[in-house]
Design a protein around this ligand. Structure first.
Ligand SMILES: [Zn+2]
Ligand SMILES: [Zn+2]
Length: 193
């Protein structure tokens, strides 16, 4: 085996890339990295373009390396993310509110059957007082299952491709619906209410 053409140290499988020998590249890893760094310093754009080409050709390696990197740098990544959250609190709050509002509007519109969410009974329009109603009335059990209503419910409905059994009601109309259901199933209790 030839020695490294730069530093003349003998090449082994551990200090160089055996796959390079076949291409007649005789460099130890140290010298190879040095040359790479020199090339990169001389022409950073070309190095970036090569890197981009390589990433596009090797998506699974990119994923693997990304996973290894994240695993090895978990603490600093989390620290940076935490710092970002702290420094951008008001901005992130606005983004989250916008995201919630968009999601709610989307889910409500779907169950209203039109572009503008409205109460199924009285056609009330103010989104803030509209709610997703479980038509069969098992809402509280479902919310317990999801560990919450509101956003969690909207996310669940969307993720499950908008299952049947839900409608949009104005909160007052939902309250009245509950009273009516109690009257049907338990007239005594309804009279006491
Ligand atoms: Zn060398
Ligand atoms: Zn209504």
């Amino acid at each position: 085996m030839r020695p490294c053409r730069k530093c003349s140290s003998p090449l082994t499988e551990s200090n160089s890339r055996p796959t390079d020998w076949a291409n007649r590249i005789y460099l130890c890893r140290t010298c190879d990295n040095e040359e790479r760094n020199e090339r990169r310093a001389k022409n950073p754009e070309a190095a970036q373009a090569r890197m981009k080409k390589w990433r596009e050709a090797n998506p699974e390696k990119v994923r693997e390396r990304g996973a290894v990197y994240r695993e090895n740098h978990r603490v600093s990544i989390n620290e940076k993310a935490r710092e970002y959250r702290i420094n951008n609190r008001p901005h992130l709050k606005v983004i989250r509110l916008q995201w919630k509002d968009t999601l709610k509007r989307e889910v409500m519109a779907h169950y209203s059957g039109g572009p503008v969410p409205e109460c199924k009974r009285c056609h009330y329009l103010d989104l803030r007082a509209l709610t997703i109603d479980h038509i069969e009335g098992n809402g509280s059990a479902h919310r317990r299952e999801l560990k919450g209503g509101g956003v969690r419910m909207y996310q669940w409905l969307k993720a499950n491709n908008y299952p049947l059994g839900f409608q949009v009601l104005f909160m007052n109309c939902q309250f009245i619906k509950k009273c009516e259901n109690v009257e049907h199933s338990n007239p005594v209790k309804a009279n006491l209410g």
